[in-house]
Design a protein around this ligand. Sequence first.
Ligand code: 2F8
Ligand code: CA
Length: 298
Amino acid sequence: MDQLYVNVQKPSGKPSKRKGVVKENIYANEEVIHTLVPNTTGIALPGAGDERKHFCRGAAVFLGLLCLLLLSGLVVLVFLFTKGNSERKMEMALLHNSYNNVTRERNDLQISYNNVTRERNDLQISYNNLMKELDQLQTRYNNLAEEQDRLQKRFENVTKETNDLQKKLQDHKQWVYFSGSLYYISSQQKSWQQSRDDCLQRNADLLIINSKEEQDFTRRFKRLLWIGLTDREREGTWKWVDGSPLTTSYWDSGEPNGMSGVRDEDCAEIKYPEKENNWNDECCDFQRFWICEKTVAL
Ligand code: 2F8
Ligand code: CA
């Protein structure tokens, strides 16, 4: 602004008072000015000074605004860059952490998978071993079952043999040896025929008395006993069970009487053990003990 006053006396005093003076001075120096600054470009045409000032001022404002805008944009860009960089770093850190976590979990899962696989293999081996053992036990069980059946049959056979031997032993205890023969005294009572059948089953027969010693021997049992003497085939004709005729007899007095007219008495018994002669003829259906005899082969 000062240049406007080159070679022009600077106004003094208050502007309000020098207004007319300034206007006068400007026009007074007009020629001088034109002389000092030739009008060669057209910019300094008369009246273009204000426009130029306005233009410069606008350009300055524009440039200022532009600079301000650029500066703001730069600040925003720096801010955004800084912020983005920070977020990126944060995201990277989070991703890195996530990656580490996932990696760790993957490793843990791998270890778990390996452990489970190993356990599965161990279980498979155990299962196979158990199946083998099961087969062996099944075979063993089958063998034992067969052995059990065999032993059960053997046990039954042995039991039967034992019972038979027990019975034979018991029977044997009931046999008494005397003078070349074995004598069996029954412990129950039966008819004459049933008694004889029992003797026959024991490979013996009802007693045949061949001597006085044998007759006296029978008295020691002190029981009523059927003996092997009968006249069933022919009344009054007494025969021993081996078919031999009665030669020496030991009838009680009055016997055999046949209870004539009352009942048939066709079978002989030892009735009075206390007597030497102790036979009686009796009804064959009566229940009596009996005595069997079998000779001993020497
Ligand atoms: O039970 C028949 C039986 O009866 C009598 O004896 C108790 C007879 N004795 C006499 O008559 C002496 C038996 O001869 C007869 O057999
Ligand atoms: Ca009689």
